[in-house]
Write a protein that binds this ligand. Sequence first.
Ligand code: 1CP
Length: 344
Amino acid sequence: MSSQAKPLLRALAGETLRVPPVWLMRQAGRYLPEYRATREKAGSFLDLCYTPELAAEVTMQPIRRFGFDGAILFADILLVPQGLGADLTFVPGEGPRLSTVATAEEVAALRPAEAIHDTVAPVYETVRILSQTLPPEVALIGFAGAPWTVATYMIAGRGTPNQEPARRMLLEQPDAFFTLLDLITEATIEYLARQVEAGAEAVKLFDSWAGSLSALDFERVCLEPNRRITAELKSRFPGLPVIAFPRGAGAWLERFADSCGADCVAIDQHVPTRWAAERLQPHVCVQGNLDPLLMVAGGEPLAAAARRIREDLSGGPHVFNLGHGITPDADPENVHILLDAIRG
Ligand code: 1CP
């Protein structure tokens, strides 16, 4: 099968398909017993990310079980900060902990962008294994966090409710903040370029905390770095499909879709799909946007919502996905209900 026959790549190239391709954010994860078993075997979450055979195995698990159209590389957005010199650990049950970057001196002490390869090289090996293992109809998606979202973790040293430490640094120490944002942007370009060289067929930028930026800061802090990464990757790899996910961007979404340069914009569950069909699909392929809680609830509400999203976005290019990641309490059986509703 030629790569252009892969349904996911066709949709990302702007084709309107009768049945939209489907994959789920966090499709490899704790809701799957086979993931939990491999994670146990790896020891820690970071050992799992940095052991290519095991990372490739957990990437493959949801493909084997469900037959999704896209496989997303198993890694984490916080590997780039680690490559830049942050100490990183994952505390079971609590999430990530990083050494903080709070001053101009601490920004200056980080490693240069190219130095990340020393740390993250095993990720490229995972991509190489996957590109040789995946079924021919499944597209391989590489990814990174977008600079703002990565900065929120580097500055606070952990996940935070409103990303306040990062927003304060933006307001109080703008020079240090933008030096950090630029460094993350450069590192992200190098990181994704290596993933593409290793076999990733599309890349996704996760700006999970775009919604905490004020409207006045959105262009410079969210849109501009997404645009710069997209433009640089497309100049190095003409035709490379890019998916951007400015979660919570709200009224900024239309301009984002029109000017970021990404081929596809992923939308969260708060965006009305008919609005997205009217205002976003003329510019880009739209990905989304089922409420992840429906993967816990299941039943007819899940099937009805899936059919409705599919119908609303059927007039243009659409990749079916959730509005955010599938949660550990989701029932894997509900994925079959979802797939029947979309493909059946
Ligand atoms: O214990 C475990 O097994 C850890 C849970 C877990 C998993 C499965 C983490 C820790 N990361 C991942 C994998 C992961 N993370 C993927 C792999 C591929 C897939 O989707 O199947 C991807 C794409 C990510 C991306 C990621 N990591 C994001 C962006 C997407 C999103 O969900 O908003 C973010 C914000 C992270 C940080 C992170 N990593 C892990 C956790 C628990 C968090 C969130 C921390 C917080 O803010 O509290």
